[in-house]
Design a protein around this ligand. Sequence first.
Ligand SMILES: [Zn+2]
Ligand SMILES: [Zn+2]
Length: 350
Amino acid sequence: MSKDMSAVILRGPMDYEVERVPVPECPESGILLKVKACGLCGSDLRTLKSGHRNIAYPWIIGHEISGEIVEAGAQYKGRWKKGDMLAIAPMAYCGTCDFCMEGKYDLCDNSREIGQHWKGGFAEYLAVPEEALVLGTIQAVPEGLDPVVAAVAEPASSCINAQEKGQVGLGDTVVIIGSGPIGCIHISIARARGAAKIIVADVFEERLKLCEPFGPDVLINAAQVDLVEEVRRLTAGKGADVVITANPVGKTQVQAVEMAKKGGRILFFGGLPHDGSKPGIDTNLVHYRGLHLIGITTFAPRHHLLALSMFASGRIPGSKLVTHTMPLSDFKQGVQLAAEGKALKVVYLP
Ligand SMILES: [Zn+2]
Ligand SMILES: [Zn+2]
């Protein structure tokens, strides 16, 4: 296939355009996909703005992908065939480190990602290497699930991993700080796991409204009230069983510790900027209240499978999560909408 295709080419921080480039070669033992959909992620916004340690310019990012197989390599021995529609989450695990041996794939020492180690999905075609097919997070799109929604199963996979680690369960009061797409997904998962009261906080009224279709019980505009006091008031002074920080602001980690119930679980879901990652948590609260601080990065293959089935069953309402779809030629418009918090998920249809 010696054709060319449209792709978003990154040449440096804040330097990217939709360009014509050659269609990638189908890997010998891999497959070539015609990209159906590729979601824009918060981490993509960061990479567009400031670059990423794992990428070398010029580069193509995009890691929340679905697409149809148009070619299989001569040495490809996998289970899929031409015409199959796949949901691609980007992880590829090594399978040999201590963590992989224990089945803790999310902690793999040598994990690689499509969009970082291999070129990503903001393009018409995507070469999928054997490594990602064999020990990765790629699945067939379930019957009846829109491939546009299947593309965004990746962020939901991390959220499922987080709530599993935080043991969100029946009757819990759960506070989610941040009402972006990640916060919205957390609402649906907490509900599915049996949470009794789901409180969502954000400092932007407009963004707070975006999460309403997901059915939170209480919305708090944290720019207008003291968030910690408000959560204590709503929980008869006891605090929340689980607090999830779904944003990149250090102060919310401090607040999360202050608003948790004795014995509560605090999930640090959103990473912080490098120069702001010591936000001044009162560790005496952690000590005397017996709190559990839990960090989460990425997910294992089973979380991706669960995410796809939750979208397929409607437990996570994908059509409400994907608020904008647009062609790749409108790439910058989508970036702007997401950066301004006016969209939940922006998904490109290359
Ligand atoms: Zn993502
Ligand atoms: Zn490993």
